[in-house]
Design a protein. Structure first.
Length: 276
């Protein structure tokens, strides 16, 4: 793999006080890690913003102070401490000089995995706060919901309510129509009535949850039935939330936002690394 065709995300590593022998070994490890999921490069400079990860030798004079300072500037786990042995008078080192070569790439990957995870989570939270969601393909767009209810009035009211919350929506009058639409388009959630002419909301929910491509999509049942028996039927069908009509705007908003956050976190965990 040539450097020009290397599409892996690159992270810059700066060394502080590292012995020449260990630094030379580090250069060799990084140069030959062509199949590693990230690309690491030694930073020739150590100014603010010029590197992502720091390797600090804790055995040299001033090493602990440098590490402490860097931890206030960088994210805390982006500073890897290199030492000789466990010292009860200070925190345990991240890397030992005796096993440096064998462990350094693993440790760098672990740091970046944590950085990436936090960036994804922040990206998802920012998107939700802005009324957007990050799709499976990394695009930012308004969340979409499918409304399933045989009442034109309810469909219209729910569509308006979801628009105020920040969601686009489409509405269909039957469960059969819903399944046809779901086979063609992706939605962040389904809001379904229970009593419908051809297939009730419970059966629709079970059908969705049996479909491997759809089972992760939240299904919210909205119904006037509030008995324990009906609540149990909803749970057994696999619905994610059960709202009893009339549903307040606040209750609908809280439920929708909760599922959007869960969905965003799941997509973040399942997606490949990318910077938007």
């Amino acid at each position: 793999m040539t450097e020009a065709s290397d599409t892996r995300p690159e992270f810059r590593v700066a060394v502080f006080g590292l012995a020449a022998r260990l630094q030379s070994m580090l250069e060799i490890v990084l140069r030959h890690a062509r199949h590693n999921r990230y690309r690491f490069a030694l930073s020739p400079t150590r100014g603010p913003g010029e590197f992502d990860i720091a390797l600090v030798d804790m055995t040299v004079i001033g090493g602990p102070e440098v590490a402490s300072t860097l931890r206030r500037v960088l994210e805390e786990d982006a500073v890897l401490r290199v030492g000789r042995r466990a010292d009860p008078d200070r925190p345990r080192d991240d890397l030992l000089q005796s096993t440096f070569v064998a462990q350094v790439l693993f440790s760098l990957n672990k740091v970046v995995d944590a950085l990436v995870d936090r960036r994804r989570e922040a990206q998802a939270e920012q998107a939700i706060a802005a009324g957007m969601i990050v799709s499976e393909h990394g695009e930012r767009r308004r969340p979409r919901a499918l409304i399933v209810d045989d009442s034109p009035t309810v469909r219209r009211q729910l569509s308006l309510a979801l628009h105020q919350i920040g969601l686009d929506s489409e509405a269909v009058a039957s469960a059969r129509e819903a399944l046809d639409v779901l086979a063609m388009r992706r939605y962040e959630m389904v809001l379904a009535d229970v009593v419908m002419p051809d297939m009730d909301g419970y059966k629709l929910t079970r059908t969705i949850k049996r479909n491997k491509a759809l089972r992760g999509m939240p299904v919210i049942i909205l119904t006037s039935r509030s008995s324990p028996f009906d609540l149990a039927r909803g749970a057994l069908a696999g619905c994610n939330s059960y709202l009893v009509k009339p549903v307040s705007m606040q209750s609908l908003r809280d439920t929708v936002q909760r599922h959007l956050k869960k969905l965003a976190h799941r997509r973040r965990a399942d997606s490949e690394y990318s910077f938007a």
